[in-house]
Design a protein around this ligand. Structure first.
Ligand code: ATP
Ligand code: MG
Length: 507
């Protein structure tokens, strides 16, 4: 190995099949020592599969992996760890009820039967002092914001002394500021020759700002790689999707209706540990209107959405739908045609082991034509409807009968959106709909949301992506510290003013 710097990592001719599907075909890839390397590709291109092969999660059918030109065998993530390779996953893996310290200690691969907490705490405090970013060791992980949790995930890998860090869409749960901060720290560590970074992302802006090199996969194949400094963003985009880049303009109907569809009055909500995080929200959304809720994550948006989706109870306030008092129960949600797209759809609204067709039918499995005689599910009917949605929403691979958890992250998202947008929708509640989507998928989804609005749907769009809010919504409200503190028409809105309200710095 060279001067203590992380080893060069190379894959040669990696092929990985899942039954009839070839997820990776003959992929060559090289992460040079101390570089910041971005891995790009559309949803389903094979990015997660490639890094899972490197981590020993999946075993490639063909091909080899080498470190500093020495072929190595990585059978499990534990082997990868022994070679100094660590990964931060698309979902958090921390235990929410434990402190940061406890999480860091239990993640150590070689646990002694008796943990000397004092010693561990001492060592980790020293370790933390050397880190460019800090998280209080005594904080309970469940009480941390997404950005902080992500930092703990990274610290965990660094505390395990990993020198090659792989991150699968780490910034999709972060605000742009949090993401820039984290990527900046990682970049500094690569420049300090402490670390090599391989990052999967859909955000080309981040790639341009932080990465040294890129590699692009398309449909499981290597299509190219190069230095970021020598490539334009449009070239990277073209490599990702071939020449099919066509963003359709979103047609917006003139809004005429002033009919209120969803009215929230003085909504108050407590979080899991009993702290009031929604502190008196008043909001009216009209027919054919998209209201965007902007805000830094952790200001109560999440809990507000949970209340509307019937997943959490408000402690005070009233909700009216079409002038009628509304309690979010499955029956009422169905009757009022309220649809909800929460964050992390695979965990929150899917049953991973059930098939794509079954998951697509969750909303209407108990009504005709899917049910015969009130209860018996008709499999051919389920598959027929599923095929229609799979085609319309371009879900890949296009098989209704496979478990939904075998789809790539972005394709699960499309499937849930297909389900929720497919029917006649009166009110649509959406949180960060485009997390983890590649830009073509993102365009498709945004088109669908505007189309629903044009049909008269009232849309509540909670998003941490301000550009998305301003592009899609008619009106923007800012949520800060549990309250809606600012409201403006979205066309022509002043970004700086919104930003100041988001951070509580408005005068
Ligand atoms: N465990 C599995 N079983 C069956 N098929 C799988 C499995 N894991 C992945 N696949 C398939 O392999 C292909 C590549 O998936 P992968 O998750 O690597 O895509 P990705 O590039 O990470 O996409 P995304 O941007 O949506 O996360 C997809 O077609 C996916 O459905
Ligand atoms: Mg993925």
């Amino acid at each position: 190995m060279n001067d203590g710097a992380p080893p060069d990592l190379q894959t040669l001719g990696i092929t990985k099949r899942f039954g009839p599907l070839t997820a990776l075909k003959d992929v060559n890839f090289r992460l040079r020592s101390c570089r910041f390397h971005a891995l790009l590709g559309e949803n389903g291109a094979g990015k997660s599969t490639l890094v899972k092969c490197i981590m020993g999660y999946y075993h490639p059918d063909e091909g080899t992996i080498s470190l500093d030109q020495q072929q190595v065998t990585i059978r499990s993530p534990r082997d990868a760890q022994a070679f100094g390779i660590g990964m931060v996953y698309q979902q958090f893996t921390l235990i929410p009820n434990m402190t940061v310290l406890e999480n860091l200690v239990i993640s150590k691969a070689k646990l002694t039967p008796i943990i000397n907490w004092q010693k561990e705490e001492h060592q980790l405090t020293q370790f933390m002092e050397k880190m460019p970013f800090k998280v209080p060791l005594t904080a309970r992980v469940g009480s941390l914001a997404a950005g902080e949790k992500q930092k703990v995930e990274i610290l965990k890998q660094l505390a395990l002394q990993n020198r090659i860090l792989i991150l699968d869409e780490p910034t999709s749960v972060l605000t742009p500021q949090e993401a820039d901060e984290m990527l900046g720290h990682l970049r500094a560590m690569t420049l300090g020759r402490q670390l090599s970074v391989l990052i999967i992302t859909h955000k080309l802006r981040e790639v341009a700002a932080f990465a040294d090199d890129v590699t692009v996969l398309r449909k499981g194949r290597f299509v190219g790689s190069g230095k970021v400094s020598e490539l334009k963003i449009t070239q990277m985009a073209e490599m990702m999707v071939g020449s099919e880049v066509t963003a359709k303009p979103k047609q917006r109907n003139e809004r005429l209706s002033k009919v209120p569809k969803l009215v929230l009055q003085n909504i108050r909500v407590k979080n899991d540990i009993g702290v009031e995080v929604v502190r008196g929200v008043h909001l009216t959304i009209h027919e054919g209107e998209i209201v965007g809720v902007a805000g830094v994550s952790g200001n109560g948006q999440h809990e507000l959405v949970e209340v509307l989706a019937g997943q959490r109870q408000a402690t005070a306030g009233t909700i009216h739908v079409h002038d009628q008092p509304y309690q979010p129960t499955r029956e009422k949600i169905m009757r009022h045609k309220i649809f909800c797209l929460p964050e992390e759809p695979l965990q929150n609204t899917c049953v991973g082991r059930m098939t794509v067709a079954e998951n697509l039918a969750f909303r209407n499995f108990d009504v005709e034509p899917h049910a015969v005689g009130g209860w018996l599910m008709s499999r051919p009917a389920l598959c027929r409807s599923a095929r229609g949605l799979i085609e319309r929403y371009n879900i890949k691979p296009p098989y209704p009968e496979i478990p939904i958890q075998s789809l790539s992250g972005g394709n699960v998202q499309r499937a849930v959106l297909a389900r929720e947008l497919s029917a006649d929708v009166e009110i649509l509640i959406i949180a960060n709909p485009c997390f983890g989507l590649d830009f073509l998928a993102m365009e498709e989804i945004r088109l669908q949301i505007v189309a629903a609005r044009n049909r008269g749907t009232a849309v509540l769009l909670v998003s941490e992506d301000l550009d998305e809010i301003l592009e899609l919504s008619d009106r923007t409200v800012v949520m800060f510290n549990g309250r809606l503190v600012y409201e403006t028409a979205s066309p022509g809105a002043d970004l700086a003013v919104i930003g100041r309200h988001m951070t509580g710095h408005a005068t």
